[in-house]
Design a protein around this ligand. Sequence first.
Ligand SMILES: Nc1ncnc2c1ncn2[C@@H]1O[C@H](COP(=O)(O)OP(=O)(O)OP(=O)(O)O)[C@@H](O)[C@H]1O
Ligand SMILES: [Mg+2]
Length: 404
Amino acid sequence: MSAGSGSEDRVNSLNKTPVAELRKQVNELTQTSQNLLTEKLFLENEINQLKKRISRLDDEIRIMREPPFIVGYIQDLTENHAIVRSSNGTVFQVSVNSNIDRDLLKPGTRISMNQDTLTVIDILNDGWDPLVASREIIEKPDTLYEEIGGMQEQINQLKQSIELPLNKPETFRKMGLTPPKGVLLTGPPGTGKTMMARALANSTSATFIGLVGSELAQKYIGEGGRLVRELFDLAKQKSPTIIFIDEIDAIGSKRLDSSTSGDREVQRTLMQLLAEMDGFEATSNIKIIAATNRPELLDKALLRPGRLDRIIEIGLPDKEGRLDILQIISKGIPTDKEVNLQQVSKQTKGFSGAELKALIMEAGLNAISNNRNSISRKDINLALEIINENRLDLGKSNPEALYG
Ligand SMILES: Nc1ncnc2c1ncn2[C@@H]1O[C@H](COP(=O)(O)OP(=O)(O)OP(=O)(O)O)[C@@H](O)[C@H]1O
Ligand SMILES: [Mg+2]
């Protein structure tokens, strides 16, 4: 655009400023458009990412919204339908999902059903509930009576109520004595109730079936009653058997006017439990142990004769008990000579076994973090402070003599 005639020059000179200006502007605009293009690419990329995320979250929402399936049993089959019994006992005639091989459906087959239409959707495994079967695995816990401190009297009571009748049923029969069918262990948290049942299981040759009430109430909704029934069936098959129901308050609470279906379900479980307890003789070789730290919540029906008719109270340990427990817990843990467990047992009024254990562990941790390999009195005092603070947070009263 440089060379040209005189008139062009004139035009050029006339437009000089605007042309340069325009060029500048074009340059700038090109730059801006390039920036915008890059930005667009970025944003498109981000949109894609977000879209993917939305679809992932949509999937999650869909799964969360999916209604639970109802579990039931096939009772009978007709040409095009199935007669099913849901777990609460109601019978329906329903259709069967076309994906299901009808040949696999027999009376008694366990199935899952759509909540609205009750269409049979899936066939569930038959036979023992995996839960019930797996319960047997914990039949030989490794807890020993010797590991339980300050509870000799209660241990003797437990042996007398459970072991003796299992070992000498004839003697009981001859003497016309009815042994207790079941024993309830009560007492504050962390006092060794679970430990005691486990030690008993370890010491007898009887089959031990353990279950935790809260698990039963929360995890196996709709199945609690069935589980209890199968559990007792299994117990009868494998007798002599000890059934241990830990935290029984979760299923054995007072029957209030329950409005939620969860409550009603828990009640059904309890009713089944009561029925099963009534379903065998006290002289049979099945014994039940239950444990709770909330005995006041229990339905009195559970405590009637022929059910959990013997109560063993596992209270907080006294000074001697605490010394015993401290000695057991600190066995094998290097401790400075100056540490006087008798003194510690005086300083821990109101402590449970579990809290005493926490105390020694805390002291041990402190020793280790200070590169020592033996617990000193300072470690104990520090641990006492920590545990006492925890106790205060939990609303437990502070022991009178902290360093007494
Ligand atoms: N009497 C005891 N002797 C020795 N250790 C104990 C004693 N009591 C409790 N412990 C310690 O505390 C831990 C918890 O005890 P356990 O689980 O038996 O308490 P629990 O009475 O069943 O409590 P919860 O009511 O909360 O179920 C035990 O594993 C053990 O380490
Ligand atoms: Mg327990």
